[in-house]
Design a protein around this ligand. Structure first.
Ligand code: FE2
Ligand code: FE2
Length: 133
C-alpha cells in the first residue's frame, strides 16, 4: 500500500505535468517502502540521481510553458524551483559525505514539496492555463 495515493487535488491542467508529478509521487512511495524494509539508505544513491534528472527536466518544462504564456508569477515560481535544486544539491553532498539518516530528511523534504509546491504554486499556473491551452 503506497503512503501517498494520487489524489485529484494534485491534478493540474497540463497532462504532461501530471505524469511528471505522478512520477515524483512514485519515487516518494518507493523511498517509503525501502525505508520500511530497512533498505532506505541503500536506495538513496538511485533516488538522488533520479531526483536530479527529474528536477532538471520537469522544472524546465514548467518554466518554458509559463514563459510561453506569460504567466505573471513566473519569477516567484522559478525561485521555488531553484530552492528545491539547491536543497537537493545539499542532500547529494551530504550523501557523499556519508551523513546518517539522510533518507528521513529526504523523505520529509519531498513530502513537504508535494504539499507545499504541487498543491500550492503549481495549482496557480494550472488555474492560469485553464482554457488557454
Ligand atoms: Fe513547479
Ligand atoms: Fe511541478
Amino acid at each position: 500500500m503506497p503512503i501517498f495515493e494520487w489524489d485529484k487535488d494534485f491534478e493540474v491542467t497540463v497532462e504532461t505535468f501530471n505524469e511528471q508529478h505522478r512520477y515524483l509521487v512514485s519515487l516518494i512511495n518507493n523511498l517509503y517502502n525501502e525505508m520500511k524494509a530497512g533498505k532506505g539508505s541503500a536506495y538513496m544513491e538511485k533516488l538522488l540521481d533520479e531526483l536530479v534528472v527529474y528536477a532538471a527536466s520537469h522544472f524546465q518544462n514548467e518554466e518554458e510553458m509559463m514563459d510561453k504564456h506569460q504567466f505573471p508569477e513566473l519569477e516567484i515560481h522559478r525561485n521555488e524551483h531553484e530552492n528545491f535544486k539547491s536543497r537537493l544539491k545539499e542532500l547529494c553532498k551530504n550523501y557523499y559525505n556519508k551523513k546518517s539518516k539522510l533518507e528521513i530528511e529526504t523523505f520529509q523534504f519531498l513530502k513537504n514539496w508535494l504539499s507545499r509546491h504541487i498543491l500550492g504554486l503549481d495549482q496557480k499556473y494550472s488555474e492560469f492555463f485553464r482554457g488557454k491551452l
